[in-house]
Design a protein around this ligand. Structure first.
Ligand SMILES: [Zn+2]
Length: 149
C-alpha cells in the first residue's frame, strides 16, 4: 500500500508474529491455493491482504436479557483510564461497536472485545511514549482496525 503519511516504514518493521494456526488438511490446501492465486504463494501477504480488505460490520449479540432477538450495532464512545508512565490519563475511544436491543433499548458491551481494546491501547500508548509521539485524549475505534501504510 502507498504510504499515507503514517509511521515511516523503518519504524514499522515486521518483528511480530501471529500464533501458529491449527488447520485441517483441506483448510491448509485452501489457504495455500488461494495465496498462490492471489499473492504469488506468499501466505503472509495473503493473510495481510485479507485483513486489510475485511470491511465487514460486526454482528450484534443474538439475544438480549429481555428475551428479544432484535438487536443492532450502535457505535458508542468508551472512556478509558490509562496509566501512562505512572501518570493517570483518560482517553475517549470513539465509535466502539455495541449491541443495542430494538425492544428495550439496552446497550450491551462485549467483555472480550473490551479486554482486547485495553491490551491494544496499552501497547499503542507504550509505542507512542517510546517514539516520542503525543498521547492523545481521544482516538477513533476504527484506527485500531487499520494500518497507516
Ligand atoms: Zn432487550
Amino acid at each position: 500500500m502507498a504510504n499515507k503519511g503514517g509511521r515511516p516504514q523503518s519504524d514499522n518493521p515486521r518483528t511480530f508474529s501471529l500464533p501458529e494456526i491449527r488447520l485441517t488438511r483441506e483448510e491448509k490446501r485452501m489457504i495455500q491455493m488461494k495465496a498462490q492465486l492471489h499473492n504469488g504463494g506468499n501466505v503472509s501477504a495473503y493473510i495481510r491482504d485479507l485483513a486489510i480488505n475485511d470491511n465487514r460490520t460486526p454482528k450484534p449479540v443474538e439475544t438480549c436479557s429481555c428475551g428479544s432477538e432484535s438487536l443492532h450495532i450502535v457505535n458508542e464512545d468508551q472512556h478509558l483510564l490509562l496509566d501512562v508512565a505512572g501518570t493517570d490519563r483518560s482517553l475517549t475511544l470513539k465509535g466502539v461497536p455495541r449491541s443495542q436491543c430494538k425492544d428495550c433499548g439496552q446497550i450491551m458491551g462485549d467483555f472480550l472485545l473490551d479486554v482486547q481494546i485495553e491490551s491494544v491501547i496499552d501497547e499503542e500508548m507504550l509505542w507512542r511514549l517510546n517514539h516520542r509521539q503525543p498521547i492523545p485524549d481521544e482516538m477513533e475505534f476504527d484506527e485500531l482496525l487499520s494500518v497507516t501504510h
